[in-house]
Design a binder for this molecule. Sequence first.
Ligand code: IMP
Ligand code: MG
Length: 172
Amino acid sequence: MGHRVYISADKIKTKVKELAAELEKFIGDDEAVLIANLKGSVVFFADIIREIKSERIMLDFLSTESYVNNESSGAVKITRDLSLEISGKKVVLIEDILDTGLTLDHIIRYIRDIHEPSQMKVCVLLDKPQNRKIELEADFVGFTIENEFVIGYGLDNNEYSRNLPYIAVLKQ
Ligand code: IMP
Ligand code: MG
């Protein structure tokens, strides 16, 4: 399917470094767990973790399901849970995009209530504030974008296009 580049690989690279510097400030000398919500955040996650110099970082993953054919079904369910013990530790949740907010809201509550980290921050590469259905902001945001469906750099169109090295919008 045709697409046009919306955010170039170079721009993403620069932004990832800036975000990593902010995360380093939050983490400081403490032990911290960086958590990726699969699968959309996997490319962003792989890039940002390598820009963080701390030697006291651990990685973990969870999966959620919420979208059916690119439409929010409203319901969010955790389909893969964390494997590390994170209670009492600093946590950074890494997500590809904050759209309606339903997914992140569910994950944040779930991690807070069930896993009890000492502190948790949320870092998203993209924010689409116009489409919010729930009041929620991320602590660290890469790019605030228009209400467009974007693909690439981990984001999918029915599972395709996650491998694009840039972020693009579909051509109608
Ligand atoms: P939310 O629950 O509506 O905030 O949506 C979060 C999830 O929806 C993300 O983790 C993405 O998987 C997906 N999503 C939202 N907007 C887009 C988009 O523009 N392109 C691809 N996936 C999206
Ligand atoms: Mg998706």
